[in-house]
Design a protein around this ligand. Sequence first.
Ligand code: IMP
Length: 423
Amino acid sequence: MAVNLLLGLQWGDEGKGKIVDVLTKDYNIIARFQGGPNAGHTLEFDGIKHVLHTIPSGIFHDKAINLVGNGVVIDPVIFKKELDNLDKFNLDYKSKLLISRKAHLILPTHRILDAASEASKGKAKIGSTLKGIGPTYMDKTGRNGIRIGDLELSDWKERYRALANKHEAMIDFYDSKIEYDLVELENEFFEAVKVLKTLTFIDSEEYLHQAQKEGKTILAEGAQGSLLDIDFGTYPFVTSSNTTAAGACTGLGIAPNKIKDVFGIFKAYTTRVGSGPFPTELFDEDGETMAQVGHEFGATTGRPRRCGWLDLVALKYAVHVNGVTKLMMMKGDVLSGFNTLKICTAYKYQGKTITHLPYNIEPENVTPIYTKMKGWSEDLTGMNDPSQLPKELNEYISFLEKELETPITIVSVGPDRTQTIHR
Ligand code: IMP
């Protein structure tokens, strides 16, 4: 049985959580493959908004198993908070939430190191969510990390101490004057680890292998977006994992030839939170309208998101890198009311017009070239059938499908599960 992937094509916050939630009824297993609590996946149904950071977005459905894969980094403290929230809704997660033994742990000192490293960068800071993501993946690739499976071993606390001591020396090196109470942070951490240990830890690659043999349907859920990928994103303003399709293979142990559909999620415009290049960024009223109507504030940090027109050059790149087979366009409703819509179809780069994403897309190198399209004024939020979509929106969609050579199969017109149009 094939595995389908779902991932973001821009700089994150595309609305992956909502779509995973919408699609979960068709799957036996939802498996998160990378990132950590830097993600904030927002789901809305029955008038309630839920934000998940590490737990896969299929958790609110009765049947699906939700797996946190080996490629994910887990902060027990934040994980516990997520579980506390599920408890509030009397959700029986224990029977349907599994964690890979090979997933790495975020320690309190990883978070402090993240803050110290960012502080040391001054103006060049990445705008990290400061959840300890970079330092944890550094320890993973540096072969120093502590994994979920280690929590089952008797000596894990000694290994913890050795690593935390090393981190403290590194924090001193930064001389960042960051104040922290490690004893308090560790108390909170060890309490949360106790809760984490009540969950089921598994050899997830073997579990997924067996599941495939039994014909189970699997949806791999990505976090962040393709332009934040450690290899293919706008380095160094990226996250520390592979957010692109290949990350699902390494982050779950799924063979590339088992992947069927790759669902690429994108917003009808573009947003970015944190620093880094963003060629179509708007600093005018149009950008403000997008931010206000689209409630563009980070689900994890609450930071305002930068907004701009759709960047087709970057989107095409993401479609290619991921092998996207089906596109899903989010927040179409936010563009209602613009007389004219702009889509960036090329860049002016070093005196030439180019249609691919160059190595360096700093604002001083790149000027976006726009195609203008007529906007629509209809409110889309109550629509539920493709026949209701305004003519101009259909033209916008057709233009994108032609340029991206990929069908748009879902148009989302609001945050609720029900505000989803299947085409
Ligand atoms: P980090 O992964 O928290 O270190 O953040 C690195 C960069 O990725 C920063 O610019 C963050 O704002 C951005 N980032 C990380 N996670 C997300 C996300 O889930 N959505 C959007 N941006 C993110």
